[in-house]
Design a protein around this ligand. Structure first.
Ligand code: NI
Length: 184
């Protein structure tokens, strides 16, 4: 089932999300719905707060990039209760967008390497060092679980430049190709 994506201005996007336990109700269905919603909206990542749930569940697909990067073929992962333990490596600038910020694309600087712990959909624990594009997507998505969005990383000047677009969202007048839940 495709779920509406919560847009900037929705309070759930500013909450710190909670860890879940294996008995979280209908988890498998929730994960399936998150994948379907993400793919339908042409996203590569989706965090549960973006569908209105303040819990630590993230889905990531890198399959859309597999034409250029064959190693990402069928890369579809679920990250439950993720926590970034360390960010390191070179700081790299790259343009980002977010399904909760339709129409905004800005350059964000992030570390190229992270160490992260999480459990997968079977609640098997992982402790991994991740680099490159996946580390970028993970940092973006896991920020959502801390109540942060990529625009928080921008300079005061860049934030000023996008203020008009944010105000459109706060008025409930944003447009996108997918179903959204705006504040008004
Ligand atoms: Ni996002």
């Amino acid at each position: 089932m495709i779920l509406p994506i919560y847009v900037y201005g929705q309070p759930v996007l500013r909450k710190v999300a909670e860890d879940i336990t294996p008995d979280y109700p209908n988890l498998k269905e929730l994960i399936d719905n998150m994948f379907e919603t993400m793919v339908h909206a042409d996203g590569v990542g989706l965090a549960a707060p973006q569908i209105g749930l303040p819990i630590r569940v993230v889905v990531i697909t890198l399959d859309p990039l597999s034409e250029e990067y064959p190693e990402f073929k069928d890369f579809n992962r679920v990250y439950i209760n993720p926590h970034i333990l360390e960010v390191s490596g070179e700081e790299i600038s790259m343009e980002e967008g977010c399904l909760s910020l339709p129409g905004i694309h800005e350059t964000v600087k992030r570390g190229s390497r992270i160490r992260v712990k999480y459990v997968d959909e079977n609640f098997v624990e992982h402790d991994e060092v991740v680099e490159g594009y996946l580390a970028r997507v993970m940092q973006h998505e896991f920020d959502h679980l801390e109540g942060k969005m990529f625009i928080d990383h921008l300079s005061a000047l860049r934030r000023q430049m996008i203020k008009g677009k944010l105000n459109v969202m706060l008025k409930g007048k944003a447009r996108s190709s997918y179903k959204m839940k705006q504040v008004k």
